[in-house]
Design a protein around this ligand. Structure first.
Ligand code: ZN
Ligand code: FE
Length: 252
């Protein structure tokens, strides 16, 4: 029996906690205290920490949690706290939980960024967000578009667990790109109501992202037209994506 829950930390981050029986793994613990409190409350033993990339809001709590639990830390090779480094194409099998993940390199937001896919769940860090995607801090638009295309190829029912609650502001931008997307309109109302109740908007599904996330919709005529209006020179996926990303960077 597997269950998954977001632990809110810092300003708008989520640490994902995947629970199997008495054991758990956590992804991107940027702060230790709220995660330790949640584990204690649920009576869970921490079996592993997974990291998607090196940013402090994803790694700030790792040293403290690893010291408390003595558990392995999986992630990109360049992060000092990582005890078992992973790269594209690796498969991660945990010793004391019955879980298996495929590791995908998804450069763009950072160059070291990894995503983990297994048990129908995708941990995608700051690469794919609900109705959005990460900023290009280190990589190029071509790298990010290629990374997103790889995630898009996973099964439609995949649960998307990203690391920030950026959904409502992403949806304001998405509606500027595609004001006529009825599924997006429906989703943005549903998610606004969730936030009013203090609930997370995540996880979503890849099917929902395909239908409503402009950064995955480079093939849609309406998205291509909007990208042209923002300087895209042609309808190539990378060109459409790059125009949207630049537009969003300056969007208020
Ligand atoms: Zn980041
Ligand atoms: Fe982040």
């Amino acid at each position: 029996m597997l269950s998954i829950l977001p632990v809110p930390i810092l300003q708008d981050n989520y640490v994902w906690l995947l629970r199997q029986g008495e054991r758990a793994l956590v992804v991107d613990p940027g702060d230790a205290a709220p995660v330790a409190a949640r584990l204690a409350e649920l009576g869970l033993t921490l079996s592993a920490i997974l990291l998607t990339h090196h940013h402090g809001d994803h790694t700030g709590g790792v040293a403290e949690l690893a010291a408390i639990w003595g558990c392995p830390v999986y992630g990109p090779a360049g992060i000092p706290m990582v005890t078992q480094s992973l790269a594209d194409g690796d498969s991660l099998q945990l010793a004391d939980m019955d879980l298996r993940f495929e590791v995908l390199a998804v450069p763009g937001h950072t160059l070291d960024h990894l995503a983990y896919y297994g048990q129908g769940v995708l941990f995608c860090g700051d690469t794919l967000f609900a109705c959005g995607c990460g900023r290009l801090f280190e990589g190029t638009a071509a790298q990010m578009q290629h990374s997103l295309a790889r995630l898009l190829a996973l099964p439609a029912e995949t649960l998307v667990c990203c690391t920030h609650e950026y959904t409502l502001s992403n949806q304001r931008f998405a509606l500027a790109v595609e004001p006529g997307n009825s599924e997006l309109l429906w989703r943005s109302r549903t998610d606004a109501a969730r936030r009013e109740r203090g609930e997370p908007t995540l996880p979503s599904t890849l099917a929902l992202e395909r239908a409503t996330n402009p950064f995955l919709r480079w093939a849609e005529p309406a998205v291509r037209a909007a990208a042209r209006g923002q300087g895209a020179a042609n309808d190539e996926p990378v060109e459409v994506f790059a125009a949207l990303r630049r537009w969003k960077d300056g969007f208020r």
